[in-house]
Design a binder for this molecule. Sequence first.
Ligand SMILES: C[S@@+](CC[C@H](N)C(=O)[O-])C[C@H]1O[C@@H](n2cnc3c(N)ncnc32)[C@H](O)[C@@H]1O
Length: 197
Amino acid sequence: MHVFSTEQFHKLMDASGFTGPWNSLIDLGAGDGATTSHIAHLFNRVYATDISAPMRWALARRKFIVLDIERWQKSGPFNVILCLNLLDRCDRPNTMLRQLKSSLAPGGRLVVAIVLPFSPYVEVGERGDHKPAEYLPVKGNGLDGQIAGLIDRVFGPIGLKCLAWSKLPYLCEGDLGQGYYFLDDAIFVLEVQEVNF
Ligand SMILES: C[S@@+](CC[C@H](N)C(=O)[O-])C[C@H]1O[C@@H](n2cnc3c(N)ncnc32)[C@H](O)[C@@H]1O
């Protein structure tokens, strides 16, 4: 919920050296689009996906172009891709990361947010026990250890280079015992790693 403001987004993009173009943005697993709406005005075209029908209606009401979760890649490549708090909710996070990488326009930026400590929970997955079908190797001690682990053992081997990262509070809907929980959200700005032979 409420991952970043317009100003925080600008700071992250500046820190990563991104200067445009600002033609297209896609927010995957965008929820109701509250975060997307903070930065939508910066782009000419704004696309979004979500697996939940009520969320797709909310996104369409905000006038975003809502794409199918299996076919969104066909509308790419995109200058900026947001994948905020989705990798721990989707069944195939490794496949998703590879699709994200191949859907970035040249010089584009992929912004990934992950709630740490990493605790995946898939609502409707292949296994049927809320565990993901693919294992994302997020290891390391404590918050900083897991951040380093993500950069070195998850993004690096896929060919995604981390240009900037930050920690932000993440407000999560609670349970009967507590209305809300404050968690740590780690945000990474990534680019496709150049391969030199
Ligand atoms: C924790 S919420 C994050 C929402 C928003 N990105 C944010 O950070 O506030 C995860 C969202 O991903 C959606 N979702 C789960 N699996 C998905 C998938 N495979 N493709 C697209 N959306 C998915 C859920 O319906 C939910 O709205």
